[in-house]
Design a protein around this ligand. Structure first.
Ligand code: ADP
Ligand code: MG
Length: 302
């Protein structure tokens, strides 16, 4: 059953039922994106929960998630459709043996059976009964030409295949575009969308994420891990830890049957939340070597 969002509070409640903690600002753009049928553009540092929004929305709506992972060099045909040449060739040969007329063969091999559907075509075709969720992930990795092409698709959800004709989506998919902002995405694309920046979580949000994603974690321990991560993000590391790192670390500590942080365990498990050698060295030498800093990170329990 796909829910019809009546209010922003309902969006927040439904998401939290799916173990996704959304603040009011995010719930508001999701509500509007659903009601106005506008694509959602989510930008933010890696690991703050952008991709997960699309996954959770598809679960909430009980609909399919179609994912287009962007990368440098991604082109229209890889995103849309390709003709299945080997299959076409095979059929040409078979039909020639049967002495089928040339025109008939041509009609046959340019029919939908011979199309390889890529995510964008799939999203348009799948919208017959229930609109899918279309995730266009990490758009900042693709090239500007691809962005321009995407702009067209997002504006009318129809594509023209010269040999077949124009195909229009019956129901508009819910579109989630994400960017890690390794480069700026063009204004024209953003204009088509509702924009939302997902920031690193507040203390309260991060604590709730830990509690909902790591069943069995003790609340005081979750608090301690949260305080630590919030503090770690005030340092300008090469790569600040995201929510993924908090969850990975929490999971690792629980696997080690830990229920509180101390000086030693932080040193042993640092690799769960710092992923650059420079950051690790800096943390060890400039921060962890200082007793006053350790107290700030660990709180009174440490
Ligand atoms: N608000 C949130 N509520 C619950 N889990 C979250 C939240 N934000 C992030 N996560 C978790 O953190 C991890 C990283 O999220 P992801 O969506 O992959 O980040 P991004 O796409 O921004 O890099 C996932 O395991 C996700 O479930
Ligand atoms: Mg992502």
């Amino acid at each position: 059953m796909s829910p019809h969002f009546e209010s922003i509070n309902q969006v927040m409640a439904e998401l939290s039922g799916c173990h996704y903690i959304a603040d009011r600002a995010l719930a508001t753009v999701l509500f509007l994106s659903h009601r106005l049928q506008k694509p959602l553009f989510l930008e933010g540092e890696p690991g703050v929960g952008k991709t997960e929004v699309a996954i959770v929305m598809s679960r909430l709506f009980g609909t399919e998630l179609i994912r287009l992972q962007c990368y440098e060099g991604l082109d229209a045909s890889t995103a849309l459709y390709e003709w299945n040449y080997p299959k076409q060739l095979l059929h040409i040969r078979l039909e020639e043996e049967r002495n089928t007329e040339k025109e008939t063969i041509e009609q046959l091999i340019y029919s939908p059976r011979f199309l390889i559907r890529r995510p964008l075509l799939e999203a348009i075709l799948r919208s017959e009964e229930k609109a899918p969720v279309l995730l266009i992930d990490e758009i900042d990795r693709s090239d500007q030409e691809f962005e321009a092409f995407l702009l067209e698709i997002l504006s009318d959800f129809q594509i023209t295949i010269p040999e077949i004709g124009t195909i229009q989506a019956k129901k508009k998919p819910l579109v989630v575009v994400t960017s890690n902002r390794t480069r700026d995405v063009h204004d024209a694309l953003k204009r088509r969308c509702l924009y939302h920046w997902i920031d690193y979580p507040s203390f309260d949000k991060e604590y709730r994420i830990l509690m909902t994603r790591l069943p069995g974690i003790e609340s005081r321990f979750a608090e301690q891990v949260t305080r630590f991560m919030q503090k770690a993000r005030t340092v300008d590391f090469l790569k600040k830890p995201g929510v993924s790192e908090t969850l990975d670390w929490g999971r690792a500590l629980m696997t080690m049957h830990r229920s509180y942080l101390d000086e030693a365990v932080v040193l042993e498990t640092m690799g769960c939340f710092l992923k650059y050698q420079e950051d690790i060295r800096r943390f060890r030498e400039e921060i962890w070597a200082d007793p006053r800093e350790r107290v700030k990170y660990l709180g009174s329990q440490g």
